[in-house]
Design a protein around this ligand. Structure first.
Ligand SMILES: NC(=O)c1ccc[n+]([C@@H]2O[C@H](COP(=O)([O-])OP(=O)(O)OC[C@H]3O[C@@H](n4cnc5c(N)ncnc54)[C@H](OP(=O)(O)O)[C@@H]3O)[C@@H](O)[C@H]2O)c1
Length: 346
């Protein structure tokens, strides 16, 4: 019997997360690594050697013109996501693009228009949406097991030190905590508020933020936001690159609550939800196993959708409409703290 051809991936960029995805694709049974492109041919060759990739290019364009590549993973700084999404679409390549999808909602609309016109697949790489823990969380909320959802608390922060060379601390690269990690809690709050009403997501009617913006980085280094959703649910979000918090999610309902201790990078085995259901006096722990490591599940979700001739995944995977709503919420958070990027003024 002839072996099924797996999805051929090309990677743009050889940075930190590109290495994680290369390993994830290597472990996947649905895809294989076909090419890598870098601004530097030396870097592309070293990356290709480390992950047994047959083609190394000294430019991103060469990955796009490579006939052996079906899908491109964009692991570049935020500022470059829209441009390379549009170029990938024009080259007829399917796309997995790192979060946040673009610098702002207007860019996201342009990029999605290009993807729609090219009829290729696109997903914003929110890996936590591909883990069964997220699916289970949505299910518990949808079924009303904690009553009416009234308050969502979510954070994602870590302390990376004040390394001004890092893209996360660069206004020029559209960095900052809101873009780098704040995009997770805001996407989670929108997901949960949506699930509470039986919908894939819900956009907030109000976003009020606050942030400390570094003098040198000119981006937010720690930030918080209060959201109000139509129907009355509110959310309390925080993020930062200079302070480590518990980075957990708590969903408070009228008759119970849910704690998600590890919402963003859940383990493959024994991911844990702690749920106090209505009518119960003490919380119960639910352990969730996943069929593959987190990032492998993400590339497998892309491959499955493409095999099915779908151009987007199904919720709780990140749909295009969800991405557009998230970008609008990020715009509102940034506007409320007075943060804009150099590339938005050109
Ligand atoms: N989903 C996740 O878990 C996760 C985790 C981390 C990051 N991310 C996202 O992934 C993207 C990349 O983050 P990262 O941590 O991998 O960053 P990184 O280590 O700095 O890598 C970014 C890569 O982009 C390329 N690049 C092109 N122009 C650049 C420029 N002007 N400055 C710096 N690099 C440039 C470089 O590759 P070449 O030199 O090879 O061209 C560089 O290695 C960001 O959008 C981030 O939000 C996602």
């Amino acid at each position: 019997m002839r072996a099924r051809r797996t999805l051929a991936w090309g990677i743009l960029g050889t940075g930190k997360i590109a290495k994680v995805l290369a390993e994830a694709i290597k472990q996947s049974s649905t895809g294989h690594l076909a090419a890598v492109g870098s601004r530097s041919i030396e870097s592309a060759r070293a990356f290709a050697r480390d992950w047994d990739i047959p083609r190394a290019f000294g430019s991103y364009d060469e990955v796009l013109s490579c006939k052996e590549v079906d899908a491109v993973y964009i692991s570049l700084p935020n500022r470059l996501h829209a441009e390379w999404t549009i170029r990938c679409a024009a080259a007829g390549k399917h796309i997995l693009c790192e979060k946040p999808f673009t610098v702002n909602r207007a860019e996201a609309e342009r990029a999605i228009e290009a993807v729609r016109a090219a009829k290729v697949f696109l997903m914003e790489a929110f890996m936590y949406r591909c883990h069964p823990q997220t699916k289970r969380l949505v299910e518990i909320v949808r079924r009303g097991e904690i009553g009416e959802v009234r308050l969502i608390q979510a954070s994602f922060s870590f302390n990376m030190g004040l390394n001004l060379q890092n893209i996360r601390l660069s206004n020029g690269e559209a960095g900052g905590g809101i873009m780098d990690v704040g995009c997770y809690p805001i996407s989670m709050a929108r997901l949960i508020a949506g699930a509470a009403g039986g919908n894939p997501f819900l956009n907030p009617s109000e976003v009020r933020g606050t942030a400390f913006i570094g003098e040198q980085s000119r981006v937010d280094q720690q930030a918080a936001a209060s959201l109000k959703f139509p129907g009355g649910c509110v959310a309390d979000l925080s993020c930062g690159t200079q302070v480590a918090t518990d980075s957990a999610v708590r969903v408070w309902g009228s008759e119970g609550h849910i704690l998600v201790p590890v919402p963003w990078k859940p383990a493959d085995k024994h991911a844990r939800l702690v749920v106090l259901r209505k009518g119960e006096t003490s919380p119960t722990e639910e352990l969730i196993d996943s069929p593959a490591p987190l990032y492998t599940m993400q590339v497998d979700a892309v491959a499955a959708a493409i095999r099915n001739h779908d151009t987007e995944v199904k919720s709780p995977g990140m749909t295009w409409a969800d991405t557009l709503g998230n970008m609008a919420a990020l715009d509102a958070w940034r506007a409320s703290v007075g943060l804009s990027f150099d590339c938005e003024r050109r």
